[in-house]
Design a protein. Structure first.
Length: 445
């Protein structure tokens, strides 16, 4: 029987794209990685997803699941295997207007969600990029512009529909399949294909958003003061610091990107003015904007450009030392691009064992990024490794959504031992043959 015949017999109802087909070059790669899968399957329905999963399992082929395709590690494609592209499962529906519960298809992007919810003055705490998929971001965390007030994206999840490795559809919530619900909130795609998410949204207004920039020479004083202020600032204030930007030259400024979740100019000023007083302001463009408009478009890098991104968390006692090291690194030629994100707030009020995302007591999450052709990346790795050796005594963990590698060290950083052990038991129950290996893969207990 031909592949098409097998798929139809299994109930597959979408596109089957193979090498040589007109669309293949467009769908074989993801934003940050190239792939050469044997089949890209684009189902039209949940039954189509179930058939696609069964086909990959029966054929013994590697399986990748694609939402938005933004994974730094390239999880949305593979070589020689099957890719399930969820693009057509992207409906966004308010299913409970009183509790603001929103059902979102597994292939939707945050831009699609934002546009629909804006018409109802609602929002979900999400990331910062329109084209990022709801699935990938949520399953591993979801740190964005509302994180200190409303928590991670996964903290706002109330239920999900999951197609497991045997092709069955399972509903997961605190009332049904509660252990699976625990695992998908931080455990990535280790347990199946999430075909629908149910989130609790919140009423939203326009938000104040923009950038306050300072000279590079003031980096340490500004960043130390910024971190101290975030400890006492209202939770409506979320901020990201970016510095050592290679595209801005050797004296790249320190840019503090600010989101204030509210439309009161007076409350915004009370929260933001202390930041303005931290140094010599060379840019300040904070203005009132619709929340959906502050999400940026995610670009596709030119061919041949590679990225190496690595992340870690910083708890309170290590903030000063970590920021000192990062600003010293930023002042050196060839520094990686550096970004530091504020967390805490609502994130820290969730128990560490309530979800498989455990990094609840961190005040900051930061990332280093180098980019260039392969030869440039190889030449830069020793210096990057030396930076991380300096940071090692002060930082811990890793944020799975900001990593380009997925080796054993990375998996151990994302999941500490007790969490990993619990995930491994769950993997044994739902995916003992490790069909879902395009993740920070957990091995069955």
């Amino acid at each position: 029987m031909t592949l098409t015949g097998q798929m139809l017999r299994g109930g597959f109802d979408g596109d089957i794209i193979q090498p040589g087909d007109m669309e293949y070059e467009l769908v074989s790669n993801v934003k940050l990685a190239a792939g050469h899968p044997a089949y890209v399957l684009r189902p039209e329905s949940v039954d189509g997803v179930r058939a696609a999963v069964r086909f990959a399992a029966d054929a013994g082929l590697a399986l990748a699941v694609r939402g938005g395709g933004h994974s730094f590690a390239g999880f949305g494609t593979n070589d020689g295997g099957v890719v399930i592209d969820l693009t057509r499962l992207a409906d966004v529906d308010i299913i409970d207007s009183e509790r603001h519960v929103v059902r979102v298809g597994g292939g939707a992007t945050w831009g699609q969600v934002g546009v629909v919810l804006a018409g109802h003055s609602l929002a979900i705490s999400a990331g910062d990029t329109r084209s990022v998929g709801v699935g990938g971001l949520t399953l591993s965390g979801g740190i964005g512009w509302k994180v200190r007030k409303h928590g991670l994206a996964l903290d706002n999840l109330v239920a999900a529909d999951v197609v497991t490795a045997d092709g069955n559809l399972v509903h997961a919530s605190t009332e049904q399949n509660a252990e699976l619900f625990w695992g998908i909130r931080g455990g990535g795609g280790n347990f199946g294909v999430v075909t629908a998410f149910e989130f609790r949204a919140h009423p939203t207004t326009d938000v104040y958003f923009g950038t306050i920039a300072f000279p590079a020479a003031e980096a340490n004083a500004v960043l130390q003061g910024w971190a101290e202020h975030l400890r006492v600032a209202p939770e409506e204030l979320t901020s990201v610091a970016e510095f050592a930007n290679p595209f801005a030259g050797p004296d790249a400024p320190v840019e503090l990107h600010i989101a204030f979740d509210g439309d009161s100019a007076e409350l915004m000023a009370a929260a933001v003015d202390p930041i303005r007083r931290l140094g010599t302001v060379i840019k300040d463009d904070i203005a009132l904007k619709p929340y959906v408009d502050i999400l940026v478009d995610g670009g596709t890098p030119p061919p041949g450009l590679q990225f190496v991104t690595r992340s870690a968390f910083v708890e309170r006692d290590s903030v000063a030392d970590t920021l000192r090291i990062l600003t010293e690194v930023a002042a050196q030629p060839g520094s990686p691009f550096l970004a530091v994100r504020s967390v805490g707030g609502a994130v820290s009020r969730v128990a560490a064992d309530a979800t498989a995302y455990v990094h609840r007591q961190a005040e900051l999450m930061f990332m280093t990024t180098i980019a260039g052709p392969p030869a440039v990346i190889d030449a830069a790795r020793p210096a990057l490794d030396a930076i991380w050796q300096r940071l090692a005594p002060h930082v811990g963990g890793a944020y799975a959504n900001f990593m380009t590698s997925a080796n054993e060290r990375d998996v151990a950083a994302v999941y500490p031992p007790s969490t990993y052990a619990r995930l491994a038991e769950l993997k044994r129950s739902y995916d003992p043959d490790v069909l879902f290996a395009g993740n920070y893969t957990v091995r069955p207990a």
